[in-house]
Design a protein around this ligand. Structure first.
Ligand code: WT7
Length: 636
């Protein structure tokens, strides 16, 4: 039995059980049968919880791009690897075959080499959703450079912080980007960032919007002429299993973003396996993950997972509502998409519009639907099921994280019966468990607790770049011998998991992971602000939106100060990006604090959600009188 592609619930339980009994054998079989290795491993897994250190397939040698591209050339060279669908539907879509991709990646890799980029160097990629984004990632991987993709919606300050954290030597960007009717001048943002990022020696610029750019002599160059003069052959570097593949930043509960480091072999095996099973990809299916490649979802399921499986994957440049709210559905019919993988926030936004936008299209090519990034509410699940899947496409509600590299808990379509709002069962090789606050495992069903993972799986992030202690503290210090996810979950009578939210100060807004601390830090830089606290509150489309409590230095400033509100959001946009803007800002005279000076976010969260009857005990506060004041002025 090949356990690479699961068929049926019975087989799932069999394979799952096997993987629990002998995880190493389970992953080893998958690794042996489905990839190109230049040298096999000496050991499957080395794991030390104390350090913590994890190594998968140690001793093995490989290049992930050989698995993504070269090995498909003989039999599937003409198959389309990427379909690029531009922002403007009147611009022709581009079909990039595996052969074309090979040439483009080799050329790009040669350009990187000519600029002195070597194995282990960090390259920052700040690009819109255009083919060069995927090509440049693969070009890095081809020569063993570590890519660090920064979502092109982040501000120059956020970009610069990320460049500096990893001391990137190069930035790859474009003149600008298209987002619906908007144009953003990305190169200007990069220029701004580079005023504070001295490690960058070279900037390669892709021409996309044709806007004017300033090229700094000796540092910046257009990419196209460099590519033209570069060879179409570039032998893939032989890399070690644990060589770093990429860094990707995610927010934490405190200050600096965490640069999660993923390595080569384990990540490859894990994303390949999960792509195949969760999306049930077959033959000539066309797969579309609508997430930006700047997030882990795009890394694993627009680029690496599909390519390793020789799939056709769509890169869509635009937004769901341009030229109108039917764009997603038009795209699905146009390219005969078989699998759609998107976020609950997108579904809720689409569901708010007139049904005629969906009904205009056939959507008969669809076979499997997926969601990711946040809990999907029942209403959105049914809308997706009824109107997009026509009750004929299983929905995979996939739970995972930037840190996990690949999907962890998800139904296997056509095998696992689905229930709305449940991510259902852990995939084979993943041992989920629930822990109580005393650090004991909660056994049995119909229980709720903190979601942990028991055994290291191949695509777990190996460290936080430059801060291994933070890695240990964040994920491995709460519970002995377990990876702590930061999420809460319940397990129902049948053993299905439902993710019920975060237990830390991370808020998921429109599927984006936002830490409260960096937003508060940004606000506190405003000269009029004394103190601030951010909490999440339920929002129809975004899932959660941000509510800011802000205490001003001069309490004489009117509480209706809209000008100040605008300025506060402007500062957030500057320091982080528009995704972190606050929906509501309440000016407060003081914030409820514990005796040790901690702001009581629990109370503020309840107030912002209109849940004032459940404020709970406030007697431990140093300033209980502030609670009434905050409640009296709440913006609901
Ligand atoms: C956090 C991770 C994994 C790709 C996108 C987000 C939340 C993710 C689900 C889901 C409920 C979910 C969790 C998790 N989350 N998927 N299916 N149901 N919650 O990656 O930015 O690292 O965020 O997103 O809270 O911890 P990320």
């Amino acid at each position: 039995m090949s356990n690479y592609h699961i068929k049926g619930l019975k087989e799932y339980f069999q394979v799952y059980g096997m993987a629990v009994d002998d995880p190493e054998q389970f992953w080893e079989e998958i690794a042996e049968e489905n990839f190109v290795w230049r040298k096999y491993w000496d050991s499957v897994l080395d794991w030390d919880f104390e350090k913590p250190e994890v190594k998968w397939f140690d001793g093995a040698q490989l290049n992930i791009t050989e698995n993504c591209i070269d090995r498909h050339l003989n039999h599937h060279g003409d198959k389309t690897a990427f379909i690029f669908e531009p922002n403007d539907p009147s611009e022709a879509a581009e079909h990039i075959s595996y052969k074309d991709l090979h040439k483009r990646v080799c050329k790009f890799a040669n350009v990187l080499k000519s600029k002195g980029i070597k194995r282990g160097d960090r390259v920052c990629i700040y690009l819109p959703m255009i083919p060069e984004l995927a090509v440049s990632m693969l070009a890095c991987a081809r020569i063993g450079a570590i890519h660090s993709v920064v979502f092109a919606g982040f501000s120059s300050v956020a970009l610069s912080t990320r460049i500096n954290d990893a001391s990137c030597k190069m930035v790859i960007t474009s003149d600008g980007s298209y987002r619906g009717t908007k144009k953003v001048d990305l190169k200007v943002i990069v220029d701004d960032a580079l005023n504070n990022s001295p490690s960058v020696e070279d900037v390669l610029v892709v021409k996309r919007t044709g806007c004017e750019v300033v090229l700094k002599e000796g540092r910046d160059e257009w990419l196209a002429p460099l590519l033209e003069n570069s060879s179409i052959e570039c032998i893939a570097e032989t890399l070690e299993a644990e060589d770093p593949l990429f860094i990707l930043y995610t927010s934490g509960s405190t200050g600096k973003p965490k640069g999660m480091l993923h390595t080569t072999a384990g990540y490859m095996v894990n994303v390949a396996y999960t792509f195949k099973n969760v999306f049930q990809y077959k033959g000539d299916d066309v797969f579309w993950c609508s997430a930006d490649i700047g997030w882990i979802t795009g890394h694993s399921y627009t680029v690496y997972g599909p390519l390793i499986n020789g799939a056709t994957s769509i890169i869509y440049e635009g937004v769901p509502n341009f030229p109108d709210w039917g764009r997603f559905w038009a795209l699905i019919d146009k390219h005969q998409v078989s699998q759609l993988y998107t976020a609950p926030t997108a579904i809720r936004a689409l569901a708010k519009e007139n049904l005629s936008y969906v009904e205009k299209y056939k959507l008969t090519s669809l076979k499997v639907l997926g969601t990711v990034g946040e809990p999907i509410n029942e209403e959105a699940w049914h809308w997706y099921n009824n109107n997009v899947g026509k009750k004929d496409c299983p929905i995979a509600d996939t739970w995972w994280q930037t840190e996990t590299g690949g999907i962890m808990i998800s139904p296997i379509p056509f095998s696992t019966p689905t229930i709305p709002t449940f991510a259902t069962l852990p995939l084979p090789g993943i041992q989920a468990c629930l822990m109580d606050e005393q650090g004991k495992e909660i056994k049995g069903n119909r229980v709720e607790g903190r979601l942990c993972i028991k055994f290291p799986w191949p695509s777990i992030a190996r460290t936080i770049w430059g801060d291994h202690k933070r890695y240990k503290d964040t994920y491995f210090s709460t519970f002995e011998n377990k990876y702590f996810t930061g999420d809460r979950a319940l397990r129902d009578a049948t053993g299905y998991y439902r993710i019920t939210g975060r237990v830390d100060d991370v808020i998921i807004v429109s599927g984006h992971n936002l830490g409260t601390a960096p937003i508060e830090d940004a606000i506190n830089e405003h000269p009029a602000v004394a103190e601030s606290a951010i909490v999440g509150f339920p929002h129809d489309i975004k899932g959660n939106a941000l509510y800011g409590y802000v205490t001003l230095k001069d309490s004489g400033l009117s509480i209706d100060n809209d000008h100040l509100r605008k300025e506060i959001n402007l500062i957030i946009t500057e320091k982080i990006g528009p995704i972190a803007k606050l929906d509501k800002i309440q000016f407060t005279s003081a914030l409820p604090q514990t005796r040790s000076g901690k702001i009581m976010r629990r109370i503020l969260r309840r107030i912002a959600s209109g849940d004032v009857d459940n404020i709970g005990d406030i007697s431990t506060l140093i300033n209980p009188e502030t609670v009434k004041d905050v409640m009296d002025n709440v913006l609901l």
